[in-house]
Design a binder for this molecule. Structure first.
Ligand code: HEM
Length: 408
């Protein structure tokens, strides 16, 4: 850290341990940091030193949209963090700054526009219908994580990417290994290399040149961008990896959505009775659900910047908490309550600024289809075990139920 910073004026450094929380319980350490805020200092389980933490909605939006904070610089520093490992690959948009960041995102943008996502909706609906039919045919009870929440987003993201159905299981396995710390850093690193090799191979295969679905898949778009010299082959591989991994965020988020609905029967009944409010309800669920553990990627100040009245010095790392911003009472009255009538609801569950989630529209589309399926295809849906026996992922960066045993 900068030795010239006077410690006397600084808030204390709070240790933020990795907590395995149940359900959608809001992290008590984060709640405490929000009370101490608006800007505090934290030390996470891995990496070196401390970092600033910004929790208020306006401050979160201003930091994430301020080019004086860099993601690229994070790669060169062992910033205090939750993840035990991160070895970013070339083309990892999360660790890029404009203009390279903009160039990379532009290469895949058509797949993620409203048109790009709507093009996939019917195919996604069919894929989900097939899975639902199988669950219904087998009868209750069923683990919906295993039967729907896992396979559906995986199938959709593979469609979007242009990954053949036969390769879905290994994509799933690699994603789990990359995102989990449970199997050790080396195993994660190997999975990352295997996935990169797979995408390098897929990208090097000659495309049939037949304009259509193939050209509009992410792999098709990346192939074109490489051929046009807009991005390098290794950037294309890195970008493919990140999108493929990101795709499975829906498994956890929608798992939490279902958990919330099953533990809020009056909300669930209302969504059954009033299908028209489902898109609005999904936004409120997105706001309400603590999607991740602790915080994600930091940013490093390129120069001195004042945030919430505190001077952040050049070189110091800063985290924002989108989870905390989504509970800011100045923007969301009664933030702890799940309110399907909340309007406006300018939540930042998908982030803010240039790093705003690439897959936000896709995630919304998949969430809509999944919530429709839960409500319309499974009348009387309820847990098959006492709620306290539902198991949640441990040691995970992204929070979600490990399994959802239900009956109907
Ligand atoms: C409900 C599900 C999802 C949630 C809550 C979510 C949330 C987020 C958040 C908070 C960020 C980080 C913003 C930042 O760095 O400041 C992000 C980034 C990202 N997400 Fe998602 N995401 C979801 C689904 C998806 C899906 C389905 C995909 C891909 C198909 C995806 C791909 C990405 C990528 C590639 C980034 C990095 C963007 C960049 O740094 O420019 N996400 N997401």
């Amino acid at each position: 850290m900068d030795e010239t910073t006077t410690t006397a004026a600084l808030p204390p450094v709070r240790h933020w341990p990795a907590l395995d929380l149940f359900g959608v319980e809001f992290d008590p350490v984060l709640a405490e940091l929000m009370r101490e805020g608006p800007i505090t200092r934290i030390k996470l389980p891995n990496g070196d030193g401390w970092a600033w933490l910004v929790t208020r909605y306006d401050d979160v939006r201003s930091v994430t949209n301020d080019p004086r904070f860099s993601r690229k610089l994070v790669v060169e520093n062992d910033v205090t963090r939750l993840a035990p490992h991160f070895v970013p690959v070339d083309g990892a948009v999360g660790f890029e700054d404009p203009p390279d960041h903009t160039r990379l995102r532009r290469a895949v943008a058509p797949a993620f526009t409203t048109r790009g996502v709507e093009r996939l909706r019917e195919r996604a609906r069919l894929l989900l219908d097939e899975l639902v039919e199988e669950v219904l045919a087998d009868g209750p009870p069923a683990d919906l994580t295993e039967r729907l929440l896992g396979p559906f987003p995986l199938a959709v993201v593979c469609e979007l990417m242009g990954v053949p159905p036969i390769d879905r299981p290994r994509m799933h396995e690699w994603t789990n290994l990359i995102l989990s710390s449970a199997h050790g850093v080396e195993r994660s690193q190997r999975a990352k290399e295997d996935m990169c090799a797979y995408f390098a191979d897929l990208l090097s295969q000659p495309r049939d040149g037949d304009a259509g679905d193939d050209e509009e898949s992410v792999i098709g778009l990346l192939g074109t961008a490489v051929a046009n010299g807009e991005i390098t082959a290794s950037e294309a591989v890195g970008l493919a990896l990140l999108i493929q991994i990101g795709g499975e965020a829906v498994t956890n988020n929608c798992g939490n959505m279902l958990f919330v609905l099953l533990t809020h029967p009056e909300h669930l009944a209302r969504l059954r009775a009033e299908p028209a409010i489902r898109p609005r309800a999904i936004d409120e669920l997105l706001r309400y659900i603590p999607h991740r553990s602790a915080v994600g990627l930091s940013r490093i100040a390129r120069e001195d910047v004042t945030v919430a009245g505190v001077r952040i010095r050049a070189g110091e790392p800063v985290y924002v908490s989108y989870l905390a911003a989504n509970r800011d009472p100045d923007v969301f009255p009664a933030p702890e309550s799940l309110d399907f009538d909340r309007s406006p609801n300018p939540h930042v569950a998908f982030g803010y600024g240039p790093h705003f989630c690439v897959g936000a529209m896709l995630a919304r589309m998949e969430s809509e289809l999944l919530v429709d399926a839960f409500l319309d295809r499974f009348p009387g849906l309820r847990f098959a075990v006492p709620v306290e026996e539902v198991r949640f992922r441990r040691g995970a960066l992204i929070r979600g139920p490990e399994s959802l045993p239900v009956t109907w």
